[in-house]
Design a protein. Structure first.
Ligand SMILES: C[S@@+](CC[C@H](N)C(=O)[O-])C[C@H]1O[C@@H](n2cnc3c(N)ncnc32)[C@H](O)[C@@H]1O
Length: 334
């Protein structure tokens, strides 16, 4: 998924830096990915550590991580279910088609009409299977992850769901094909939460705490509201031109709250090592972070040049390259 702040391209660097500090053998360590998003960092440590604890405030992220992190043993017949979902007859009464496609008269165009109907048909069937206890929780989260990732590929947006495009773009005109979102299999069990970080930190402990909070005012809940709607599949009245639902407002996206929240998180963390990813354009400056962290132990900093791809809002077909710095702030708590 093309996700704001994704660490996909930085994951090997982050893993290298963590190993430099903690050591190469992590097999007895509990690793927490507190702001997990797509789960890519938790995934990259899943084979290496005793346990991954994964958390995110957003429900779609919880679903992704329930599949990618918590699922760790083979699920029987999962491809049979994917095949059946790909061959359903389409319905036009579902929530996505009715509220987010042009053909229903909603005035919104997040998906082509066909794809909106297919998302609904699949989502309704998954719900029915779950209600009739035909599928396990493991299979449920695997199928939902497969749906949101496949739907995201054919969404008619520039990159996030803050707005839709006036005309159906080329990738959005392709038919949705449900593809399996395969997870790493291993013998350890893992835990996934859907909580505010500052609440969860009071309840857990471990060895390595990896923090990747939002670094600016853009709320993930508003930018990915459609993914929450597909996964929750609840009933509400979509608001305004973009069809927003009620959304979470993270304190890490508020200039007035972020410093206090961050300090509270560091103070309450029962982890020996803390690593924070943040970039040079964030709401907290490099000295702000250093001053907070060094109160609680031995602090150091690693830096990397990073070329990220940024959606160009004026010309939706292009993505421009944008150079920034990525920081990894390191704390050994004492
Ligand atoms: C920079 S992204 C993380 C990206 C992730 N490392 C990846 O590579 O996909 C920040 C994440 O923090 C989550 N978030 C924001 N505020 C939060 C909070 N108070 N508690 C937990 N998660 C939060 C957002 O939903 C978002 O997924």
């Amino acid at each position: 998924m093309n996700y704001i702040g994704s660490k996909l391209k930085l994951s090997s660097w982050i893993q290298e830096e963590i190993k430099k500090v903690v050591g190469n053998d992590l097999s007895n360590k509990v690793f927490c990915d507190m702001f997990a998003g797509t789960g890519i960092i938790g995934r990259s440590f899943k084979r290496e550590v005793k346990q991954v604890i994964s958390n995110d405030l957003e429900y779609y992220s919880y679903v992704l991580n329930k599949n990618y992190i918590e699922n760790h043993q083979e699920i029987e017949d999962k491809e049979k279910y994917i095949k059946e979902l790909n061959n359903l007859s389409l319905i036009d009464t579902g929530f996505i088609y009715q509220n987010y496609c042009m053909g229903s008269g909603s005035g919104r165009q997040y998906f082509s009409d066909e794809n909106g109907k297919k998302i609904d048909s699949i989502r309704v069937k998954i719900r029915e299977w779950r209600e009739n206890r035909k599928i396990s929780d493991n299979l449920y989260y695997f199928l939902l992850t497969s749906l949101i990732e496949s739907a995201d590929k054919i969404a008619n947006t520039a990159s996030v769901y803050g707005a839709f495009l006036k005309h159906i773009k080329k990738s959005a005109s392709k038919n949705l094909i449900l593809k399996s979102s395969n997870f790493i299999k291993n013998s350890n069990s893992h835990q996934v939460f859907n909580k505010d970080s500052n609440e969860l930190i009071q309840k857990i402990s471990g060895d390595i705490l990896y923090l990747d909070p939002p670094y600016n005012q853009r709320q993930y809940s508003a930018n990915y509201h459609i993914l929450n709607t597909i996964t929750l599949y609840d009933n509400f009245i979509p608001k305004g031109k973009t069809g927003l639902r009620e959304y979470n407002r993270s304190n890490y996206c508020k200039k007035s709250e972020v410093h206090n929240n961050f300090e509270d998180l560091i103070k309450n963390a029962k982890f020996e090592y803390i690593f924070l990813s943040y970039n040079n354009e964030g709401l907290m400056s490099e000295p702000d972070i250093k001053n907070i962290m060094k109160k609680y132990g031995i602090y150091s900093l690693e830096k990397k040049d990073y070329q990220r791809f940024k959606a160009d809002k004026t010309e939706n077909r292009n993505h421009k390259i944008d150079k920034t710095f990525e920081y990894l702030h390191i704390l050994k708590k004492v």
